[in-house]
Ligand binder design. Structure first.
Ligand code: ADP
Ligand code: MG
Length: 419
């Protein structure tokens, strides 16, 4: 007996893209009257930091530079706001934007940039008042205030009162209804999206609206829940779905294989059984690994070997896809015209378990197959291998790109001005 409800089932064939496509009706930065204005720009500078607080990947900062340059050309006073990490509504010294401020100054050496001690309040208002045309003020982490995540209207109003116009370039947070991404919008007459947001949306919507076929989606990583929601929408849309990573084990379990001590999400087992069955009624083929790399212990493995999926022992932890699977997946990819990849195929952070992710990444680049990478960890894998500049496009937002793939209009875009 499957616990998947009827409502969910009926969604499989009906794919409504009208929501997603509404973004084309929204104002972009080039539609706004920006000359000499004070502009609040929501960016997503939520970059990964190492244990010393150094930025390990600054793509999210670099990718917003076209928007910042455009505003500088328009002689704007620029007020940047971004969260960093999850301070839980409290001040946290480790999650101040100081490293980002430093990096920003390196990228924009001829611009005067200031860093506010907070994102609202009299001191910040004063700094905004003193800000001159062509200068930038970086606000402090809005998530130091619980009101940010609560989308509190008073807090949103305070934030909005700092500027005349609102621009959002925070694709990676665009699926969240927070004060700085959503709540501020009603307070602005003019609000539009920036160049990064535009680029992200164009790549993704194009792939979903008019997929070049065969269209293959690679799903890995370990967050089964997020990605499962997307599989529902891929059935009937994608031609092939290649499953790997931690996700694969719940799928293997659903098919009746033993998975030893590998990660699993038992709450999703029935949904998976249903999707595997349902995919047969559509032209979508879902592929599971045929062999996997297993070890005895993830942190300090003493034994590592490749086994067919029929031979995963009780003592085994599955950590990567095996050679046979890599070959099968490569064959499917070689015939694909378009690929979206969400989630690494193994525990790529460890050298011993990176092979599947690295081999598939290398193959896509070598064969010049059009590929969009979504998901923070998938992007990190490409960075680790040094492939980041060779792949067609790396999205700055995992969760947000999954939402777009479902065909919904992201809240942070929905609240912008219509053209
Ligand atoms: P993304 O951020 O790309 O969407 P996820 O956040 O869902 O991906 O998952 C990424 C994580 O999944 C990585 O840290 C990786 O080590 C882990 N992972 C991949 N394969 C496995 C596996 N077999 N077992 C446990 N974790 C895995
Ligand atoms: Mg992740």
């Amino acid at each position: 007996m499957l616990i998947t409800d009827q409502k969910e089932e009926s969604n499989l064939s009906e794919r409504d893209l009208s929501g997603m496509l509404k973004f084309r009706e929204k104002m972009s930065i080039t539609d706004l009257d920006l000359k000499n204005k004070r502009v609040l720009v929501r960016v997503d500078f939520n970059v990964p930091l190492d244990e010393y607080g150094n930025i390990t990947d600054s793509r999210r900062i670099r990718m917003t530079l076209p928007t910042i340059h455009y505003l500088l050309n328009e002689n704007c006073r620029i007020i940047l706001v971004s969260h960093l990490g999850r301070p839980g509504g409290q001040k946290s010294e480790d999650l101040r934007l100081a490293p980002i401020y430093k990096r920003l100054k390196e990228y924009l050496p001829f611009v005067r940039i200031f860093h506010a001690p907070d994102c609202v309040g009299p001191e910040v208002e004063n700094m905004v008042k003193n800000l001159k045309k062509g200068e930038i003020l970086l606000l402090e982490n809005p998530r130091f205030h619980p009101q940010e995540k609560d989308n509190d209207p008073i807090f949103s109003g305070e934030l909005a009162s700092l500027a005349d116009i609102y621009v959002t370039d925070a694709f990676a947070t665009a699926h969240r209804k927070h004060s700085s991404t959503y709540g501020v919008c009603p307070y602005f007459k003019q609000k539009g999206y920036g160049f990064l947001m535009e680029k992200e949306m164009k790549f993704l919507t194009h792939c979903i609206e008019k997929p070049k076929r065969p269209f293959t989606v690679i799903l890995g990583g370990k967050k089964v829940e997020d990605k499962l929601d997307v599989i529902k929408y891929l059935i009937g849309l994608a031609d092939n779905v290649l499953i790997g990573g931690g996700m694969a084990y719940t799928f293997l379990l659903a098919k009746g294989y033993s998975i030893g001590k590998s990660v699993r999400d038992l709450t999703r087992l029935d949904n998976i059984k249903y999707y595997l069955k349902e995919a047969n009624n559509y032209s979508t083929k879902i592929y599971l690994p045929r062999d996997v790399v297993v070890c005895d212990e993830l942190d300090y493995p003493t034994e590592i070997k490749t086994v067919p999926i029929t031979e995963i022992g009780d003592e085994h932890v599955g950590v990567d896809i095996g050679e046979e699977t890599i070959e099968i997946y490569k064959k499917i990819l070689s015939q694909s015209e378009q690929v979206i990849w969400q989630g690494p195929l193994g525990v790529f952070e460890k050298k011993e378990f990176e092979n599947g992710t690295r081999e598939i990444a290398r193959y896509l680049i070598e064969k010049e197959i059009f590929t969009i990478i979504g998901g923070g960890d998938s992007a990190a894998a490409f960075e680790k291998f040094g492939f980041q500049d060779e792949v067609s496009f790396i999205s700055t937002g995992g969760g947000a790109s999954l939402e777009v793939m479902r065909g919904v209009l992201l809240p942070a875009i929905e609240c912008l001005s219509d053209k």
